[in-house]
Each structure stands twice: as C-alpha cells, then as structure tokens.
Design a protein around this ligand. Structure first.
Ligand code: C2E
Ligand code: MG
Ligand code: MG
Length: 711
C-alpha cells in the first residue's frame, strides 16, 4: 500500500484480552511477525490511535462495549477512509460481518476458526484489495474530472450490447436533455442530418473494419432546438483477440465557430467586401457553369453585360473616397434589385460591374436590358447629402460556343465596353469579331512598341520654331516617328495614345527627351551662333504626376550637358486635370531648375483660361485650328489676336502652330506674334536635314554679313 520503508502497523480493536492475545500470537506465526501491532479495547481508543498514527490495516471486533457492528465501521472510516478493515466476528454474527463487507470492510475472520494461514491470507488480500479499490476509485475520479472539465463531449459505445454512454457535456453541446435521452447509439445517429449520414457511416465502418487507425468525422447533428449544428466526432475502437471491434469510445467537439469562420472566409474569397456582391472569381465560376450548360443545350442562351462607370475617378477625387464608396454600394444595391432570379451581378473591381443575364432570347433582349440599365443609372443618387448622377458604359457579349473559358467571354464584354466608352460614354456596344481583331492588332502594336526603341525603330524629327521678328530658327520641336518594320512610318497619333494606355509612354518619352537633348547640345557646340538653340519636347500629361519626373529630367540634362533653359517641355492643358498636387509639385521643381514650360495646343482642351491660372507657363502655343482660319480675317483671326494679347498680359511668349501659308505668317507678324512653326517654314525633319537647314541659314546669314562689310 505504501512505498515507504516504514514497517507495517496494524491496529487491533478488541475488548476481550484473550482474543487479543490469540490474534497477536497467530500473527507472530505468519509472515506478519514483524508488524507493529497496536491493540485497543474500545472503539473510542482505537479511533484515537488512528488519529495519531497511520495504520496499514484495522482488525475490528464486531461487538465492543462502546459500539458495535456497522456503527464501528463507520467510525473507523470517518477517520481513515483508505485503511483496509477486517471484521473479527463470532460464528453467530457471520451475517452481520458479511453485511459490513458489502458496506466497505475488506473481509472478515470468524474467531475460533483462525489459523495462521487463514489470517495471513485474509489480511494480505484485504490490503491488496483495498489498494486496488483505491486505484480504481482514483482513476474513476480522474475520469469524472476529465469528463466534467472537458470542452468536448465523451461517448462510449458498447458495440456488442448496443448501448452507448454519453457525458453530460455531450448533451450540452447539442442542447439535449440528458434525462430524456436513451443510452443507445440511435440517440446519436438519429440526429445526424441526412446529407452527412452516409459519410459518417462510411468513416465509422472504415475504422471498425480496421482500415483507419482512428475514427474522425465532421458532420452536422440536429440539436435540441431543431437546428443543424457542426460537430467533430473522434474515437478509437477496442478490439477483441480476434481483432473484432467490441467497443468504440471517443469525443464530440463543437466546431460551430470554426465552421462559421470557414464559411466567412469562403464568402470573403468570393465576394466583394464593399458591396457584398460576388467578385470576379465567383462571377467567372457562374459564367463557366452557364457556358457548360449552353454547350450541352444551345437553347439555354445567356449574355454578359460589362458595366463601367463614367468619370468615376472625378467623383472620387472631388467628393472623396467615402462618397465614391457610397456610390458603388448604392449602384450594387440597384443592380441587385434590377436583375431577375436566374441572373447574377458581380463587382469586378474599381468601378466595374458585370451582369450575367441567365435567360435572354437574343441580342435584341440583351440590348433592351442595357437600355433599361442606363435608365436605372440615370436616376439620381443621393450621396452624402448631395445629388449625384452617374452614367455607365456597357459592353455586351452573347453566349457563343466558341468560348472555351468564361474569362474569354468576360474579356469580350469588356472590349465592347471599352469600344463604346472610347466613342461615347454612357452608351452600350455589343461585342463583334471586328472588335476582337482590333484588340489583337492593338495588342500586337503595343508589344512591338515596347521593343521599338531597342530595335532602333524610333527616330526624332525636328520642326524648326522661327522667331517672326528676325525670321530665324530659334529652336526645334522634337516629334517622334516610328519606322514600323511592317506598317512603315507611323505618326505619333498612331501610337502615342496606345503608349499612354499601355504604360509604355514613360519609356518612350525618356528616350525622346534624351535623344533630343543630346542632338541639340551637339548642334549648339557645332557653331557659336547656335549656342542658344532650344529644344521643345512633348510630354504626356500623365507623366508629370510621377514622383521622380523632375529628377529624371535633370539627370538627362546633366548627362547630355544641355543647359536647363534650352529645354522646353510642352504640356497640354489637360495635364493639370488629374493629380493636380503632384503635377504642380513636379512642374515647380522643373521651373526651379530653369527648364521652360510650354502650354501646348492652347484653346483646344478644357476650360482653358482657368488652367492658365493654376500654373505659370513660360510660353503659350496657339493651336493650329485657330491659325488655319486666321488669314481670312473673321472670327479665328480675332481669337488669335486675343490669344497673342493674352500672352502679352500674362508675360508669356507666344508660338503660333500650324502656319502653312505666307499670308498666315504675315498676319501673325502683323499681330506681333513672337514665334511661329509650321509647314510653310519647314516640315518636321530628320536630324541630318535639320542640321543642313541650320547650316544653310548660317551660310545665308554669313554671306549677307559679308555682303554688308563689302559695301
Ligand atoms: P503637337 O505637339 O501639337 O505637334 C505639332 C504637330 O503638328 C506635329 O504633328 C507636326 O507635324 C504638326 N504640324 C506642324 N506644322 C504643321 C502645319 O503647318 N500644318 C499641319 N497640318 N500640321 C503641322 P505630329 O508630329 O504628327 O505630332 C502629333 C502630336 O503627337 C504632337 O502634337 C504631340 O502632341 C504628339 N507627339 C509628337 N511627338 C511626341 C513625343 O515625343 N512625345 C509625346 N508625348 N507626344 C508627342
Ligand atoms: Mg507639341
Ligand atoms: Mg501643338
């Protein structure tokens, strides 16, 4: 019973001295001879001894002067519940002794029938049995604690008897009444939802048949409220010698939270956080399904509508992102209410939405829907207390068996949208194959363009800018040309917009700027009279907002040795429309360097005058359209006059563009326009021709000087 080396101690409570002696004598003849034997004649005294000392066994007489029978046993147990008790009884009281054994005594000995062997065996067994009992009780208590404390429910299924035990927590998890439940497997199995039953059965059988090392399965059970609830059951079978499972026990875990989180993650992965609508992935999935159905049954026609809001960026910029978000949410809501049950609305990102029209007879119906969508969008929105109107451009693609992937069909709807937006926003277009060809051609051109600089296909042409006072070339405008290996010479209008859209405009601009600066510096060095020659380089508006624009320009100047004042950057009015703050910052940095800024194509862009106010340009370039009509007198003439005066008032130089006739040049001189440029002076020239032109001009000048000095 104990591991310590303390000698065994027995307590013998017996009022009859002879009996006491007899027992002591008997013990001496057994292996217990060395035991410390303490003898007491009253229960009270025995209890006292028990309180003072630990005993390994108590021999308890049934009838004592101060108590008897069951009462004595209780009193002993009250002091020490672990000590084994052996009852000493007379033959007449054997039944009482038996009763006491049932109540917790370990055994009994009948006086006068004692022999050393019997005593020895009885006491030994009593101690061993008590030790085993204690261990069992300990382990039961541990189990009870574990079961009570566990978050999991515990179950134990006796397969042979067909009975199952469930822990209180098991019932808790399922909100079931433990009292009302029967201890049979059906209590569990009958509550499994139908869809999960087959899977659970399979998992259970696989383990019982020995195919899996343990049983584990996630499934739903109908709880006490009648609701399905996610649980995880785990278990291990106990097997007989033949390997047959006789019993299986395990746990039941409530996995509602995890399943909810999982469901949320799945939802998040497939939905747009802002509007709660399906996202591109989910939309493509649904489109896939529709395509597959269509391929099986051509009567199941459908269409995809691709919506892109017009001017969403300016709404965002002027009213703030919160308002932009609110508008998107509201549009999502409207679209959600607009569509029919078989349709599907998604937000693809940004200001793009898509609709899958599940059942459309054909093109006519799809375009009708597009028109109704326009009406829907044209109803006013109230965002942050403000009235707002939105329009969208819509592209339509119809189901076609040529589509292998849903992404292709969505791309075509996107292309159609793009096409209509380019022509006129707030309208719709249906995808056709011509669009596809155009898009492919564009894509090809885009790819070619990226490689054009490395392949030496780009060239800078130079168009002289002439001072009207002296009729001398004061500088050049650099105009890029592309010698396409297949298409031949391409003008900027054929590829600059493409470069702007595809993002390769930066690369192109830096190449042109570097080449033009290098060339101009070379010309400047070729003759002292050319030292002031300037070069104008066109820069796309979107580049000005790039954070290192000014720094990169400076690097080019340093690399080529051109003075900053000789570099003139031509900007169209629209430059300041977007990213105003960033653009102003870069432009100011450039001006500080000494670089000159020209406002190009003046008069053709947005409300021109207000933009003059935003930034101090050095030079105004009057657009060709005004110059063309100016020589005939009339309205254009007065506009040119007004623009020249405007330049004077704002202390800006003025360059008139597109001068094609002598009359125009003369008129501009009369109006005191400082500089001009145009075919009448010279077309844009390749660098060697431009150099030749400079040479000729110098020769003319020098010969006239020689002529002067000769006289
Ligand atoms: P822009 O800056 O207004 O350039 C003047 C355009 O007018 C040039 O067309 C030029 O060839 C043309 N032009 C000049 N004089 C006359 C004339 O008397 N009559 C007529 N009808 N046209 C004349 P180009 O070279 O085709 O360039 C077109 C536009 O492409 C340019 O307009 C400019 O905005 C842009 N561009 C040209 N090169 C570059 C470049 O390197 N980078 C960027 N971003 N844009 C460029
Ligand atoms: Mg220009
Ligand atoms: Mg221009």
């Amino acid at each position: 019973m104990s591991n310590d080396k303390r000698p065994l101690a027995f307590l013998h409570i017996e009022d009859d001295r002879i009996e006491a002696e007899l027992v002591a004598d008997l013990l001496r003849q057994t292996s217990f001879a060395g035991v410390r034997l303490v003898q007491r004649t009253r229960v009270g005294l025995g209890i006292e001894a028990l309180q003072n000392e630990r005993f390994d066994l108590v021999l308890l007489d049934l009838n004592l002067p101060d108590g008897d029978g069951i009462d004595n046993l209780h009193r002993v147990r009250a002091v020490d519940e672990r000590v084994p008790v052996v009852i000493m009884t007379n033959i007449e009281d054997e039944n009482t002794a038996l009763e006491l054994v049932a109540k917790g005594a370990q055994d009994y000995l009948v006086k006068r029938e004692l022999s050393p062997a019997l005593v020895s065996r009885t006491l030994r067994y009593a101690m061993a049995r008590q030790a085993a009992d204690l261990r069992l009780r300990e382990s039961e208590r541990r189990f009870a604690l574990a079961v009570a404390g566990a978050r999991d429910g515990i179950w134990d299924w006796d397969l042979d008897a067909g009975r199952t035990w469930y822990s209180p927590r098991w019932f808790d998890i399922l909100a079931l009444d433990a009292e009302a439940a029967l201890p049979i497997p059906e209590t569990w199995l009958d509550r499994v939802v139908d869809e999960d039953r087959a899977g659970l059965k399979k998992a259970l059988e696989a383990h019982l048949d020995g195919l899996t090392p343990h049983f584990e399965y996630e499934f739903r059970m109908i709880d006490g409220y009648g609701k399905p609830q996610w649980v995880l059951a785990r278990g291990v079978a106990v097997r007989g010698a033949d390997g047959q499972a006789t019993r299986i026990a395990g746990s039941l875990t409530d996995i509602t939270d995890r399943k909810t989180t999982e469901a949320m993650l799945v939802h998040e992965a497939l939905h747009d956080a802002l509007t709660g609508l399906p996202n591109r992935n989910l939309f493509l999935d649904r489109l896939d399904l529709a395509l597959r159905q269509f391929k099986r049954d051509r009567s199941r026609k459908f269409a995809v509508l691709f919506l892109d809001l017009d001017r969403f960026k300016s709404i965002n910029d002027s009213l703030g992102h919160a308002a932009g978000d609110a508008l998107l949410i509201e549009i999502g809501r409207r679209l959600g209410k607009f569509v029919r049950p078989g349709d599907s609305v998604a937000r693809l990102g940004g200001d793009e939405f898509a609709i899958l029209l599940g059942d459309v007879a054909g093109l006519a119906e799809a375009t009708l829907v597009a028109e109704r969508l326009h009406d829907l969008m044209s109803q006013k929105f109230i965002i942050a207390g403000k009235e707002l109107y939105a329009t969208a451009s819509i592209g339509i693609a119809l189901a076609d068996s040529k589509y292998e992937r849903s992404a292709d069909m969505l791309r075509d709807a996107d292309l159609a949208m793009y096409r209509t937006k380019r022509r006129r926003s707030g309208s719709y277009a249906v995808f056709d194959n011509v669009m596809h060809e155009t898009a492919l051609a564009r894509l090809e051109l885009e790819t070619d363009l990226r490689a054009a600089a490395q392949r030496n296909e780009l060239a800078v042409y130079y168009q002289p800018i002439v001072s009207l006072d002296h009729m001398r070339v004061v500088g050049f405008e650099a105009l890029v040309r592309w010698f396409h290996p297949v298409r031949g010479l391409l003008a900027p209008d054929d590829f600059i917009p493409l470069a702007e859209e595809s993002g390769s405009i930066g690369q192109l601009t830096w190449w042109v700027m570097h080449e033009a600066c290098r060339q101009t510096r070379a010309w400047q060095l070729s003759d002292p009279t050319l030292a002031e020659l300037s070069i104008s380089v066109n820069v796309s508006s979107r580049l000005f907002s790039e954070p290192d624009f000014a720094a990169r320009t400076q690097a080019i100047l340093e690399d080529t040795g051109l003075a900053p004042a000789a570099l003139h950057l031509e900007i169209t009015e629209n430059a300041l429309l977007e990213h105003e703050a960033e653009t102003v910052r870069e432009l100011s940095a450039l001006q500080k360097l000494g670089v000159k800024l020209h406002l190009d194509d003046f008069g053709t862009g947005y409300s021109s005058l207000s933009y003059l106010n935003l930034f101090a340009y050095d030079t105004l370039k009057i657009d060709r359209t005004f110059v063309t009509g100016s020589a005939n007198g009339g309205r254009d003439n007065r506009i040119v006059d007004a623009l020249i005066n405007l330049g004077r008032v704002l202390e800006m130089n003025v360059i008139a563009e597109g001068v094609e006739t002598q009359e125009q040049a003369q008129k501009l001189r009369d109006l005191n326009c400082g500089m001009a440029q145009g075919f009448w002076f010279s077309k844009p020239l390749p660098s060697d021709s431009a150099h030749a032109l400079l040479q000729r001009e110098l020769d003319v000048a020098r010969s006239s000087i020689r002529n002067l000095t000769r006289h």
